[in-house]
Design a protein around this ligand. Structure first.
Ligand code: C2O
Ligand code: CU
Length: 459
């Protein structure tokens, strides 16, 4: 592992127990009883987890001994105060992925918490930020390892005005697990460092191929997190009726019927799933083949089951409102930038670049203005897809290229992560509302750690 030993390969003969009921995410306890205030504690430490049923244990790194980390449920307007204790042997931070928190509270690589140390993260949630978020470490050079060893957890920010509050809710946090023949989590090998790590198992809420219950006609709201290092997951539920109702930053304007959703690492979505059990179609949740330009690992060639779905009778179909919440388009930009993501395999010290440079946490790559609309053209001048993520705010995608031709986005949505396919371009707009240093990077965390990150100081 982190001791510099030779990494060991994945063992493809391993099988984890499967078919258990989808585990519920464990909530983080609110230590405050004051309305509008959330006080919690997170401790990052190694923990042996009995995954196997035969007494064998796999050591993860986890928040509060839980894989994934506990679910933090917040409300718009909440004052949040979370204590963090780093019981790892590496520096760490907690980054509040996608949330509008001040940079000094956002777990930037410049603010590491040393092994054995503690700090508090404090921020107040603005109105209108309801959505599905997550938290994970962001220390310089160690983000991928800490995340793939288990440090990642879900956040839901709720709004009092939630048009879908009548629907039963399910939570599915997807993470990736690679295991060696000793059933332990090995360090990254060359292929992982290049392509991004993919293990033998995609876990949902820490379980492999769990089972979800759904009645014929029943309508459920699913929040889904892609907390894997590098899997671009094409999600599909071919037997059922599926509407996309939310993205990273909460609900979209109107429900969009979809056949599949491409969810890149770091991204979240909300789906309304209506049980239909169409004959001849697999009943479960699948990941469908998607080519992301890997060079050292094979691409996924056939459908893979992520979760089973079992029918349990019939239920009346609850109403799905025709409109969910208005999203105003951001207006004409006051500033434009081009962001080029590229690969440079000739230089093993700087293989992944943004605008020709490898990340330097002491270099500021540009300045911006708080309150000014920026328009970015993000270009993957690359052989691989690179999912692009910006800290501090949500953006609107205006257009993206499909086979080299610009296509307008079919609907408005708030996002903080968007896949930029190999050779493709994405045009987006945003406004930063809080001053300070904001990172942007590829969310294949191996690429981020190896330099595909940059930072702009918003003044
Ligand atoms: Cu989820 Cu800078 O990352
Ligand atoms: Cu990348």
């Amino acid at each position: 592992g982190s001791d510099g030993a030779m990494p060991t390969a994945a063992d493809n003969s391993l099988k984890l127990p499967s078919g258990e009921r989808l585990p519920a995410l464990q909530p983080l306890v609110n230590e405050s009883s004051d309305a509008g205030r959330f006080v919690g504690s997170l401790r990052a430490a190694p923990v042996p987890v009995p995954l196997w049923g035969d007494g064998a244990k796999t050591t993860f790194w986890a928040y509060n001994d839980s894989v994934p980390g506990p679910l933090i449920e917040l409300w718009e307007g909440d004052e949040v105060d979370i204590g963090f204790e780093n019981a790892l042997t590496q520096p760490s931070t907690i980054h509040w992925h996608g949330m509008p928190v001040p940079p000094a509270e956002d777990g930037n690589p410049q603010d590491p918490v040393a092994p054995g140390q503690r700090r508090r993260y404090r921020y107040t949630l603005p109105a209108g930020c309801a959505g599905t978020y997550w938290y994970h470490p962001h220390p310089h050079g160690h983000t991928a390892e800490q995340a793939y060893r288990g440090l990642a957890g879900p956040i839901i920010i709720r709004s009092k005005q939630d048009p879908l509050r009548h629907l039963p809710e399910r939570h599915l946090l997807l993470s990736d697990l690679k295991l060696d023949a000793q059933r332990q989590i090995p360090a990254n090998d060359m292929a992982d460092l290049h392509d991004g790590r993919e293990g033998q198992f995609v876990l949902i809420n820490g379980a492999w191929q769990p089972v979800i219950t759904l009645a014929e006609g029943e309508r459920q709201r699913w929040r889904i997190w892609n907390a894997t290092s590098s899997r671009i997951i094409k999600l599909a539920l071919p037997a059922h009726e599926v509407q996309l109702v939310g993205t990273d930053g909460g609900l979209i304007g109107v429900p969009q019927p979809v056949d599949s959703v491409l969810l890149s690492p770091g991204e979240r979505c909300e789906l309304v799933v209506t049980g239909r059990f169409k004959p001849g179609q697999p009943a479960g949740l699948l990941s469908q083949p998607y080519e992301r330009g890997k060079r050292m690992h094979a691409e996924q060639e056939k459908d893979e089951a992520l979760a089973g779905i079992v029918a349990y009778g019939m239920r009346p179909t609850l109403a799905l409102p025709a409109s969910l919440r208005p999203i105003e388009p951001l207006g004409a930009p006051g500033f434009r930038r081009k962001i080029v993501l590229s690969e440079n395999m000739a230089d093993p010290k700087a293989p992944f670049l943004i605008n020709g440079q490898s990340y330097d946490m002491n270099r500021i790559d540009g300045t911006g203005q708080v309150g000014r609309i920026e328009e970015w053209e993000v270009i993957a001048d690359a052989h691989m897809d690179h999912p692009f993520h910006l800290h501090g705010t949500q953006f609107q995608v205006l257009a993206r290229t499909v086979d080299g031709i610009w296509e307008d986005e079919p609907f408005l949505a708030w996002r903080d992560t968007v896949n930029v396919p190999a050779g493709g371009m994405v045009r987006l707009r945003f406004v930063q509302t809080l001053p300070g240093l904001r990172m942007f990077h590829c969310h294949i965390l191996e690429h981020e750690d190896q330099g595909m990150m940059a930072q702009i100081d918003f003044l």
